[in-house]
Design a protein around this ligand. Sequence first.
Ligand code: PMP
Length: 417
Amino acid sequence: MNNEIFETTESAVRSYSRSWPAVFEKASGSKQVSEDGTEYLDFFAGAGALNYGHNHPKLVAAISEYIAGGGPLHSLDMMTPAKREFLTTFRELILEPRNLDYKVMFPGPTGTNTVEAALKLARKVTGRQHVLSFTNAFHGMTLGSLSVTGNSMKRKGAGIPLTNSSKIPYDDYLNGETEDFIWLERVLEDSGSGVDKPAAIIVETIQGEGGLRAARAEWLRGLADLCQRHDILLIVDDVQAGCGRSGSFFSFEEAGITPDIVCVSKSISGSGLPLALTLFKPELDVWEPGEHNGTFRGNNLAFVTATTAFKEFWSDDSFEKGQLAEAIDLTQDKLMKIAAAVDGSSVRGRGLLTGVCFEDPEVAGKVAAEAFQRGLLVETSGPQDEVLKVMPPLTTPLEELQRGLNIITEAVSAVTG
Ligand code: PMP
């Protein structure tokens, strides 16, 4: 097969196609098959957009049925039965059981759109401009979300100064030496400090792109408490860590905090179809009609698969306490063993957003390349790509999970042994 078209026509910006030089033709569950018939286990899961795997049969059936029934596919922000059912199911199965009361906004199709909307809303509500975010944070590629992103290489790509945001140390960044928020509290209380009071603080509970650092529950509670006392809005970016990946539907549940604004995307449709939500406390709904809009806010197929996934996986806690908990235990256990065998390495992350950080940053990339040769898709994360990022679909059968983790063990031995 001649693949020259990709080289000659597609931009040099492409990256995953370079890490995994195969043409993927079929996909189901946690597997993808390339055109030449090679089967790959997929522990990348669409960068977190495929928490229920590829082409889940119930989601595919729901799409087929909807199309056969002649429902509209595209509706901007008009009302449709598919959207009505999505909103109803989201409220009944996801928000109410968690005692959460949020308004739902569809900010545009992707993760960066929900972050942009969250930042705009926080500025509009508070009348302040500055936003604090964290070292190594990743929030998206458009200018607002890039301004709160902590990755220098990605920030440089903006080509203009990224303003109105400062980075502060994430939990664990100072290796336990941080006195939590005492220093921040002090400058906020000191009117002569020259530090602008921020409109919001935006945080990932687990830094998906930034090296899989996971914030401790008590650190998150400290942050939420500080925000509340200083009238600063707390935005949790759950684009990657949400929709079950941390072990619960929202990644902040474990800490018992209630953010003012929550950004959701990636796996919210369940099927890999684009969908993003910005959730916010009802009293923050100060938008004027049409003030934030966009053509692709009403993807009915995404509503249909999201509703089906809520019913299938989140009607009760059996998925969370069963398959998901077992998959997390198995993965964490195996990764601990892998890390124990390599000097200076450690397990990072939480839930199924986890991986191994190597002392020599080149090791993670070499392990990922070895894993590909052995039929496993697994990527790297972190400012120096020093972390092997293990992100299988949450529904991966335990036997396939074991097989993929064994491939990682072999790949690590091949690189470090
Ligand atoms: N926030 C987080 C935490 C993310 O991980 C990502 C994507 N990796 C985004 C925002 C941006 O999402 P998208 O690529 O869909 O714009």
